[in-house]
Design a protein around this ligand. Structure first.
Ligand code: FES
Length: 373
C-alpha cells in the first residue's frame, strides 16, 4: 500500500469512521459523476434491448480501469431502483473482445437478464435503465471459465449443458473460441457438444448459435425441450467419460445433470457448474436471527435481535462496522447482503431474498442473513 493510500485510509478512519475519503464524499462526488461509488466501477449503458417480453439485453461500457473479464465470468450489477441500491449477479454473455471492432476504446460487455415478474430488481430494470445512464459493476468474478482443457488438452471433448438463461456464460465462451479460431490462436480444438434445454420457443440467441456453429466446425448444438419429450438422460447418454462437462442453469437442473452423469460413470472431477439457488439457513423464532458475517475473508456466526438495527446489533457484539449519520443518509454503513430478507426502517419495505447493497443503520433482519462487510 503506497503512502497516499495509507494516508487516505488513516484520515478517513480517524475523522469519518469510513474506509476511504471517497466513501465519505460519495454524495458530493455523485453530483459531478452520476452513480460514482467508492470501491465500485462505473459503467455507461450503451443500449437496452428486449430480446423477448421477459429477457433484456444490456450493453455496458465499463470505465477504463475495469479489469478484463474472462469468458464465462460474472459481475455484480448495482442499480438504484426507487431510491434503493440493489445488486444482482449476472453472467457476461459476450466474449472479452467481441465488441472490440464496434467500440475499440472500451471493454464493452453484454448482459442478458431474465425478467422475474416478482423480482424487485429485474421487474424495475426496464423502466429505470436507459441508454446513456450509469450503473455500477464489480470486478469480474468467478472461476466458471474455460480451463486448460481447451488450450493444453485439445483432445479433451467439451460438453456444455445449459438450461434457460444458463446459456449466457456459454455464449461468452463460444464467441471467445470462434475469435481464437479466426485469429489462428487455437491450432486444434476438441469436439464441443452444446446441450441447451429451454421451454418451447424460449431458446435464447438461436441465430447467434447457428452462426457460431458455422464458425466453429467442432461445435454441435442441440436445442431441446423437455415437454416435447427430450430427456436429459438421452441427451447425456453419449457423453464420454473423458470429457470436461460445464453445467449452467437452476440448482435443480444441475442436480439432474449430475444424477445422469453419475449414472453413466462420468467422473465428478471432470465437471464444473454454475447454478442459481438461494442457500437455506437455519430459522429462529424467538425475536432473533442467525447472521453469517464475512469480514476481511473471515466468517463469523452471530445471533442478532430482530427489533434493533443491524448496525446496533453488530456493535453490541463487538463488531466494528463503518458508519456516518446513522439515519440512512450518508451510505457510509452500506454493506453487501448476500442472502436473506431485511426490513428498511425508513420505508418499511422488505428486501428481496437475493444479493443487494443495504444500509446497516436502517435495516433489521427479518430472516437469517449472510452479510459481507
Ligand atoms: S450511517 Fe449513514 S446511512 Fe447508515
Amino acid at each position: 500500500m503506497n503512502l497516499l493510500t495509507r494516508l487516505n485510509k488513516v484520515t478517513a478512519k480517524t475523522l469519518f469512521h469510513t474506509e476511504s475519503l471517497g466513501s465519505y464524499f460519495e454524495p458530493l462526488i455523485q453530483r459531478v459523476k452520476p452513480a460514482w461509488r467508492a470501491h465500485w466501477f462505473r459503467a455507461q449503458v450503451l443500449s437496452v434491448k428486449p430480446l423477448r417480453d421477459d429477457v433484456l439485453q444490456l450493453e455496458l461500457a465499463p470505465q477504463k480501469s475495469w479489469p478484463q473479464a474472462k469468458a464465462g465470468q460474472h459481475v455484480l450489477l448495482t442499480v438504484e431502483l426507487n431510491g434503493r441500491l440493489m445488486t444482482r449477479p449476472f453472467s457476461i454473455s459476450s466474449s472479452p473482445e467481441q465488441h472490440h471492432a464496434q467500440y475499440p476504446k472500451t471493454r464493452v460487455i453484454r448482459l442478458t437478464i431474465k425478467h422475474n415478474a416478482n423480482g424487485a430488481f429485474t421487474s424495475g430494470l426496464s423502466r429505470h435503465i436507459t441508454a446513456g445512464c450509469y450503473v455500477n459493476l464489480s470486478a469480474p468474478q468467478g472461476d466458471f471459465v474455460l480451463g486448460e482443457s481447451v488450450v493444453d488438452l485439445p483432445e479433451t471433448p467439451l460438453w456444455f449443458v445449459a438450461a434457460g438463461s444458463g446459456i449466457t456464460p456459454f455464449m461468452a465462451m463460444l464467441h471467445q473460441l470462434a475469435l481464437s479460431i479466426e485469429r489462428s490462436v487455437l491450432q486444434s480444438l476438441s469436439p464441443i457438444q452444446l446441450i441447451y434445454f429451454a421451454k418451447a420457443g424460449e431458446h435464447l440467441y438461436v441465430d447467434e448459435l447457428t452462426a457460431l456453429a458455422q464458425q466453429i466446425p467442432q461445435l454441435s448444438v442441440k436445442m431441446l425441450v423437455r415437454k416435447n419429450g427430450d430427456s436429459l438422460a438421452a441427451a447425456l447418454q453419449e457423453c464420454p467419460a473423458a470429457s470436461q462437462v460445464l453445467i449452467c442453469g437452476p440448482g435443480k437442473f444441475k442436480q439432474d445433470v449430475d444424477c445422469q452423469l453419475d449414472a453413466i460413470n462420468h467422473p465428478p472431477q471432470h465437471r464444473q457448474a454454475e447454478y442459481f439457488q438461494a442457500p437455506v439457513l437455519p430459522q429462529t423464532d424467538n425475536g432473533h436471527q442467525h447472521i453469517q458475517l464475512t469480514q476481511r475473508g473471515k466468517q463469523t456466526q452471530l445471533i442478532l435481535a430482530t427489533n434493533d438495527t443491524l448496525l446496533n446489533g453488530l456493535e453490541l457484539q463487538g463488531i466494528t462496522a463503518n458508519f456516518g449519520c446513522r439515519i440512512g443518509v450518508c451510505h457510509q454503513c452500506q454493506c453487501v447482503k448476500k442472502t436473506g430478507v431485511v426490513r428498511n426502517l425508513r420505508t418499511g419495505e422488505l428486501s428481496q431474498q437475493g444479493e443487494q447493497l443495504i444500509q446497516l443503520c436502517i435495516s433489521q433482519a427479518v430472516t437469517p442473513l449472510e452479510l459481507e462487510l
